[in-house]
Design a protein around this ligand. Sequence first.
Ligand code: ATP
Ligand code: MG
Length: 270
Amino acid sequence: MEKPPLKIFAFINQKGGVGKTTLAVNLARALTLKNKKVLLIDFDPQANASSGLGVKVNKKESIYQALIEGEVEPFLKEPCPGLYLLPSSIDLVGLELELADLERREYVLRDFLYEVLLKGLNLPSYFDFIFIDSPPSLSLITVNILTAAQGVVIPLQCEYYALEGLSLLVKTVRGIKEAFNSELRLFGMVLMMYDPRNRLTHEIAEEVKKHFKWIIFQTTIPRSVRVSEAQSFGKSILDYEPSHKVSEAFKSLAEEFLKRLYSFSDFRSP
Ligand SMILES: Nc1ncnc2c1ncn2[C@@H]1O[C@H](COP(=O)(O)OP(=O)(O)OP(=O)(O)O)[C@@H](O)[C@H]1O
Ligand SMILES: [Mg+2]
């Protein structure tokens, strides 16, 4: 099979707590169970992806330091087989201010990925995918993520106001595409914390499908307390409870993700 064209994905939604980190971590893990190699870059100062994978975070070992030193390998962790992580730390908060004065401020992460990471490892095909977890904002950090990425994946929480802010987000993606990154595409949206017993969930899902039918993944991720339980133990749900319905959902999402990747040229631009 021909190699898919896209490999760098941004997990974005400026709304907090909608499931960005949960999606990035567990989809990455589900892909590694299909023998893909995934690098997860935790580009959120909250560092939830790092702690959720049981990686202790500190300034000296974070993506922030990696950016400063222009090095990758000393900073690379492998919390699960095939799943690599560049951890975050709270110092990333400072980056926002530091970036502001730079001439190529939108391209710092992109330059790092292309010039340091992919060239430095001298193996552009070393990772099948690079996933970037983002903070809940539309900040210079988010602009950097979108400028570095090829595909955008948007998690949506099936609750009130799921659609609120979504048009701004899509507009932002379009703006970044025009200004900094012509390669950028909306790749998919995932309905997170899906509760079939909740009438509102159905209504929101229908509403989202009405507007974004062309991009929504069929697989939904059910709500379960096991998800946050797993995170508190520093594990993906797929490692914590492999046959749980949420683990099964992430496995089928991984399949749908791969299938979509191969038919990607059919997709609309944002
Ligand atoms: N399917 C699920 N079922 C139950 N709880 C979930 C599920 N997915 C995520 N959660 C919980 O919801 C909360 C928010 O999820 P998560 O941290 O992934 O969102 P986020 O968008 O990354 O948040 P932030 O904007 O703060 O980065 C977490 O406590 C997480 O454990
Ligand atoms: Mg998060």
